[in-house]
Structure formats: structure tokens, C-alpha cells
Design a binder for this molecule. Structure first.
Ligand SMILES: [Zn+2]
Ligand SMILES: [Zn+2]
Length: 223
């Protein structure tokens, strides 16, 4: 198995290649060419991508999903609670839950890009149940991990790699060290989701913003 990071703006799209290929995140808007270049660099044919997992509906996670779906022919999965949020009252950010989070959230809200984000086409609407990825040639599952937003989902591989979207953060200026998110709709839900992920074997954390880190940092933040 190989894990390939493809930067799509400030967001990393993690591409998991086993017997099949699963991509996590649709990135910032206008980044489909970056995605294709990233695939090419890893010698992956666009048509090999079977599934695009969108962890949640914030603009920097759905931005290029519609175009990536078109160029790959992959199916897109999202949680139903995020899909509801895409129509109409689309919230660009979860509230800050730390002092740093509140400051940055205040700044971002004022300067949010006024770009129109192409609404993603969703093929698989997930409820709170797991989606096993064996059908897509990847040993793992999509699990429901609310907290940062009400319908956040994560990918957990059998070998312990967890692709968690914004359930963790590890990128300046958001955070100075790896840990829990600084923005969340419900930080207690974030902690509950993490306890479930750790209990199910999460060992290495792949956040949407920043480099991978050991899940021990999360364990410390919870205790
Ligand atoms: Zn987010
Ligand atoms: Zn984000």
C-alpha cells in the first residue's frame, strides 16, 4: 500500500493506493490540475480512482470535488448531515474553540474567498454506519466522526492510518503542534469521535491540514 499526499491549496488530498485507489478530500476550488499532476507523479491513471471521500462540507474540502469526480469517474461519498448543509445555508467554518481558533476564525470569516464553489455531486450518502472499502480495493472503512462539523467522516485503515479531515490539525498558522482542531461545532463530540477512533486502532493521523503525526499526541490531548 502507498499513501500519496497531493496538495490542493491549503488542504492535502491523501490518495491511498492498494489494490484500488481511494482519494480523501476534494480540496480548495480550482485545483483539479494539481490533482491530475499528483496522480501522474505517482503513476496512477485517473480512471483507477474508485472513490473520493469528502470528510465534510467546508469550502476547502469540497472545492474541486466536482471536477475531480468528472476527470476520474470515481464515486463521491459524504455524510448526509453535510449534504444538507451544502444547500442554502452553507457554513464556511466551524467556530473557534481555542483562543487562537477564535482569532483566526474571526479573520477568516471576514476575508473568506468570495469564489463560487461548485457543489459536489454525491453518489453515496452515508448515515452513521461504516462504509467498508473492500469494494474499492482498500483494506479499511469510512467511519462517522462528528464534532468538527455534524457530518464529519474519517477513513480508518486496518493498519491504523486514520485520515480525519479537520478532526485534527497540524499546520501553521492553525496550530503550532499536532493536536485537536482549533475550530469545531462541538469539541466534546470531537473528543468522543477520537476515543472511538483510538479504540478502533488509529495509530497514525493524517490531517487535511498538515503533516501526518502519531496518534499519541491525540491521546495526550484527551487525557
Ligand atoms: Zn473544516
Ligand atoms: Zn479544513
Amino acid at each position: 500500500m502507498k499513501i500519496i499526499p497531493i496538495p490542493l491549496g491549503y488542504t492535502t488530498c491523501w490518495v491511498i493506493r492498494a489494490d484500488g485507489v481511494v482519494a480523501v478530500e476534494g480540496g480548495a476550488p480550482g485545483k483539479v490540475q494539481n490533482f491530475l499532476r499528483g496522480l501522474k507523479g505517482a503513476s496512477i491513471t485517473p480512471g483507477d480512482v474508485g472513490l473520493i471521500v469528502i470528510t465534510h462540507g467546508h469550502w476547502d474540502h469540497i472545492g474541486s470535488a466536482r471536477e475531480i469526480r468528472e476527470v476520474t469517474g470515481a464515486r463521491v461519498v459524504m455524510h448526509r448531515r453535510e449534504i444538507d448543509g451544502l444547500q442554502g445555508s452553507f457554513t464556511p467554518l466551524s467556530p473557534g474553540v481555542t483562543i487562537r481558533g477564535r482569532i483566526i476564525s474571526g479573520i477568516l470569516r471576514r476575508y473568506m474567498p468570495r469564489v463560487k464553489i461548485p457543489e459536489p455531486v454525491v453518489d453515496i450518502t452515508l448515515g452513521d454506519e461504516d462504509l467498508h472499502l473492500s469494494d474499492f480495493g482498500v483494506p479499511g472503512k469510512v467511519v462517522y466522526t462528528p464534532g468538527h462539523s455534524p457530518g464529519s467522516i474519517s477513513v480508518l485503515l486496518e493498519t491504523g492510518e486514520a485520515f480525519v479531515g479537520d478532526l485534527a490539525m497540524n499546520r501553521f498558522p492553525l496550530t503550532l503542534k499536532p493536536g485537536l482542531p482549533i475550530f469545531a461545532e462541538d469539541i466534546e463530540e470531537v473528543k468522543k469521535s477520537w476515543r472511538r477512533l483510538l479504540a478502533q486502532g488509529a495509530k497514525m493521523v493524517y490531517p487535511a491540514h498538515g503533516r501526518p503525526f502519531s496518534a499519541e499526541a491525540i491521546g495526550n490531548a484527551l487525557s
